[in-house]
Design a protein around this ligand. Structure first.
Ligand code: PMP
Length: 376
């Protein structure tokens, strides 16, 4: 099938093989005579789907046994409230620290302030000079060695990849080595989960909406160290209490069954592709190709400090913004979809998640070259 390449930031492209398998199984899952959508979440068949999804995710990310895996609802945005509700009281202080490096981490911090004393550990909200080069606000990342972490903080929250700004932490810091051994790191990996290995020894919790690298919208993946469970505030809804969700195997109430099935199919596809190591290599190849082209171009530019450019979301500007509508119309006609940047930063954005093949990025670069030749 000849499909266009989809560069949507989320919900995003899914592997064609996964969509085709879901289509083939739509009305009759494995001879049960019913669609996954029609099954009881308590049925044996769905139990198998759920269990395989968890065990495949565990093997993809090498999740240690002392971490619980939860399939939740409400998106990453719900987690902005659920994290403080579940974790902030853990040390009795209702205080936690936030690294704010873009749109999504700023939202996390803003929401958390309703639940306690939430301080800024670091922010990229001002312009910075790095290596003699000037960078605009949100186009660089604060060095972990300079984060201000309070010893009584219940956790430090960070967004591993800012989907709108296009900045990504090259690795997550070891807070113990930086002098904060008792403060667990909580990472929003909504836009880069399953694209590189995760060092769980550095983390207390990881969460991600599924709709970019792992499946459809409606499922939120939560991986949390078991010793952090059991500290929810009295006002935390039971359905969002991590300890209760974990104890019920993510079946405290009816889970998003079809979404879990689809993420499970994506997990199997990822395993078949060589797993997270293969996705990491592919993401490097794809993003390098695009950044290298942009950097030598006179028409396009990317404003991000090269050391922290995202492998997932590549924002770029055209020298003359008046050309943007034409760029979008022509790229769409050429089968390159959803390249419009987020309204808060303007310009273009190509999201290069796991289901976007290298051939898609090659087609994008070829189009950009042709467009530059005609309009540059
Ligand atoms: N965090 C990040 C990094 C995101 O990219 C997004 C969504 N684009 C969110 C949080 C919010 O996710 P949701 O819409 O699932 O609540």
């Amino acid at each position: 099938m000849n499909r266009p390449y989809n560069f949507s930031a989320g919900p995003s492209a899914l592997p064609l093989a996964v969509l085709e398998q879901a289509a083939a199984e739509m009305t009759d899952w494995h001879g049960t005579g019913v669609s996954v959508m029609e099954m009881s979440h308590r049925s044996k068949a769905f139990g198998r789907i759920r269990d395989e999804a968890e065990s495949d995710l565990r093997s993809l990310l090498a999740i240690p046994d002392d971490f619980a895996v939860l399939f939740m609802q409400g998106g990453a945005s719900a987690q902005n409230a659920l994290i403080p509700m579940n974790l902030a009281q853990r040390r009795g202080s209702a205080m936690a620290d936030y690294v704010v490096a873009g749109h999504w981490s700023r939202k996390s911090w803003a929401e958390a302030q309703r639940y306690g004393d939430m301080a800024l550990a670091a922010t990229a909200e001002t312009p910075a000079e790095i290596g003699g080069q000037a960078y605009e606000a949100w186009c660089w990342l604060p060095e972990p060695a300079h984060w201000r972490i309070r010893s009584q903080a219940a956790y430090v929250h960070v967004c591993a990849n800012e989907t709108i700004g296009g900045v990504e932490f090259p690795s997550l810091p070891d807070l113990a080595a930086l002098g904060s051994p008792d403060v667990p790191l909580v990472a929003d990996m909504s836009s880069n989960i399953l694209t590189r290995p995760v060092d769980f020894s550095r983390l207390g919790m990881v969460y991600a909406g599924a709709q970019k690298n792992a499946g459809p919208a409606g499922v939120t993946l939560v991986m949390i160290r078991k010793d952090l469970l059991g500290h929810a505030t009295g006002s935390c809804p039971s359905v969002f209490d991590y300890a209760q969700v974990a104890a019920a195997g993510s079946m405290f109430n009816t889970p998003p069954t079809y979404g879990i099935y689809m993420t499970g199919l994506v997990f199997k596809w990822l395993l078949g592709q060589g797993g997270v190591a293969a996705m990491e290599a592919a993401s490097r190849a794809k993003s390098h190709l695009l950044y290298a082209y942009i950097d030598q171009s006179a028409l396009y530019s990317n404003p991000i400090h090269p050391g922290v450019r995202s492998r997932m979301n590549v924002p770029f500007r055209l020298r003359d913004p008046a050309l943007e509508p034409l760029f979008l119309a022509e790229s769409e006609a050429a089968g390159l979809l959803a390249l419009k940047g987020h309204k808060s930063v303007g310009g273009m954005r190509a999201s290069l998640y796991n289901a976007t093949p290298l051939a898609g990025v090659q087609a994008l670069v070829a189009f950009m070259q042709d467009f530059e030749a005609r309009h540059g």
